[in-house]
Design a protein around this ligand. Structure first.
Ligand SMILES: *Cc1c(COP(=O)(O)O)cnc(C)c1O
Length: 255
């Protein structure tokens, strides 16, 4: 059997002199063990992909994570992400995932470095992002489409503030707009579990919404859900991409 992620990471932790690398390796090992446990408990045969969310932490940590085998990095603010992506430069197989609220005027910047945008929640943003990717391709900054996950707001009843994603009723229309675009690849759904309630019912609903989306768009099967505190529940309800920050990087400073 090949050595599993957590064994390899614990070995890497033993073999490094850099204290921060050691800390990250041990944290990553613990997260991978939790994922393994959750996958087994859910009786799943596939394993969700880990996206390590590095917001508030320096580019040097991204480089350390990459050396430990992390290929997927999540960021939620364009200014911070763009600077970090520039500082880190081209690293083999490193993919940036944009997971935060996105204003249309930032689409141009995001299109230059993002492999995936998990937070598309309105047609106007989808159109802006598509044009931005076309431009980035013309400029030779990228050659591939951007993966798009539609962010859905799972709060019930749905507040008017429009901060947590598209309403479930709007998803199919939004998906249609993304699917028709030139350089966006409709990939799936993303959600954050509502703060006030248990995550399970929300993730269950997300999984149902995902089924109806992929009936119409068979390629759009990814489910981006699960953070440090609710990864087990997300895995149980079919998450294929987990976005984990603090349990790998440590506590963030209070904003
Ligand atoms: C910060 C963030 C995460 C990671 O959350 P942790 O609690 O640090 O694991 C996941 N998703 C989104 C959208 C985030 O902004």
């Amino acid at each position: 059997m090949v050595m599993d992620y957590s064994t390899r990471l614990r070995t890497a932790a033993q073999n490094t002199e850099d204290l921060r690398t050691r800390e990250l390796a041990l944290n990553l090992a613990a997260v991978h063990e939790r994922i393994d446990g959750a996958v087994e408990a859910a009786g799943r045969t596939d394993r969700p992909e880990l996206i390590v969310v590095t917001k508030f932490f320096p580019a040097a940590d991204v480089v350390r994570l990459h050396k430990l085998g992390v290929c997927h990095i999540g960021e939620n603010k364009d200014q911070e992400a763009a600077a970090k992506a520039a500082e880190v430069g081209q690293l083999e197989q490193l993919h940036w995932h944009f997971i935060g609220q996105l204003q249309t005027n930032k689409a141009k910047s995001v299109a230059r470095y993002a492999h995936a945008v998990h937070s598309v929640d309105r047609e106007k943003l989808a159109r802006a992002l598509d044009s931005a990717v076309v431009l980035a391709v013309e400029e030779g900054v990228r050659s591939t489409p951007v993966q798009v996950l539609l962010q859905v707001d799972l709060r019930q009843p749905l507040p008017e503030d429009q901060r947590g994603g598209a309403s479930p009723e709007d998803l199919l229309r939004l998906a249609g707009a993304v699917a028709e675009s030139e350089y966006l690849q409709l990939t799936g759904l993303m959600a954050v579990a509502p703060l006030e309630t248990a995550p399970e019912p929300a993730f269950k609903r997300l999984s149902q919404l995902s089924s109806s989306l992929s009936e119409r768009h068979p390629q759009a099967t990814e489910i981006s859900a699960g953070m440090s505190q609710d990864l087990e529940a997300a895995v149980r309800y079919g998450a294929t991409r987990l976005r984990i920050g603090r349990d790998v990087l440590g506590e963030r400073p209070d904003p």
